[in-house]
Design a protein around this ligand. Structure first.
Ligand code: ADE
Length: 267
């Protein structure tokens, strides 16, 4: 997979993409990440990338010309081919106004040949970029960042680790929280997972007792059925506590429902 990041802070990416999975994916030849300095696509002495908003108001707005020019230079497939899925490429504008980034979208992007991430900055980006250049606008969460750089790093990390071979043990990316079944079977839910749409169960390693805190007995039992049941119940408890919204789309067995009903009557 090829990933292009367009930013006015190219040095920002020196750190985040040079470690762990993203570094490994690049070294293994699974991914090639290129960072492009938006200012290279300006033509004035001051390398201006922003301007005042029409209609007045606070702050500066990223100008459309450098972004359009940069994309033309990158030689991405035409927008209509991308939108019609004739080209396995996506151009994404990062902004707080975008659709929410989810594991489901990460899986979708991991199946593409190329993603181009446009990092927004300042108070906004000229809307012609969202309307005529990008295929979609994406936000990593309901909070406002000063720009799209951290969001781009988050997306690259989430997508690259899904590339076959990038993570040593592929089964682990299928087990974890939010792992979308889409690679196995698309359920259409927003964040279904290997454990059917629940948060991941808790993990423990040695020592068996740490500062007087023991590892749960069930995990030491060697009884596979007991371990399976313990993990499932802890995943259900954690999901109910931290992300109850996920339960309505989770695939729950009769046993799961009984367990949850039991918790409800306890409270
Ligand atoms: N730029 C500013 N806020 C953002 C967010 N939440 N996600 C992506 N890009 C952003």
């Amino acid at each position: 997979m090829k990933a292009d990041i367009v930013t006015i802070f190219p040095d920002f990416f020196r750190g985040p993409l040079d470690y762990g999975i993203t570094r490994r994916a690049q070294e293994m030849g699974l991914a090639a990440i290129q960072v492009h300095d938006l200012r290279e696509f300006t033509h004035d002495r001051h390398r201006t990338v922003d301007d005042r908003p029409f209609g007045g108001g606070e702050g500066m707005v990223l100008k459309p010309e450098p972004l359009f020019e940069c994309l033309e230079r990158l030689d991405v497939a035409p927008r209509e081919d991308r939108l019609a899925a004739r080209a396995k490429q996506s151009v994404i504008l990062l902004s707080a106004q975008g659709q929410r980034f989810t594991q489901k979208l990460a899986v979708e992007l991991a199946s593409l040949d190329r993603v181009v991430l446009l990092c927004g900055r300042y108070e906004g980006v000229d809307e012609r970029v969202a309307d005529h250049l990008a295929d979609r606008e994406v936000s990593i969460g309901d909070y406002v960042l000063s720009g799209g750089e951290i969001a781009a790093a988050v997306i690259v990390e989430a997508v690259m680790r899904l590339l076959p071979g990038a993570v040593g043990n592929e089964a682990s990316t299928q087990q974890e929280s939010f792992t979308v079944d889409a690679r196995v079977k698309n359920t259409g839910a927003d964040s279904t997972c290997g454990s059917n749409g629940l948060l991941d169960y808790p993990h423990y390693t040695r020592p068996a007792e740490f500062r007087g805190i023991p590892v749960p007995e069930a995990l030491m039992s060697g009884n596979h059925e007991e371990i399976r049941r313990w993990r499932r119940q802890r995943a259900l408890e954690k999901t109910l506590r931290n992300r109850p919204d996920l339960l309505k789309n989770a695939a729950l067995s009769e046993e799961d429902k009984k367990f949850l009903a039991g918790i409800a009557t306890e409270q």
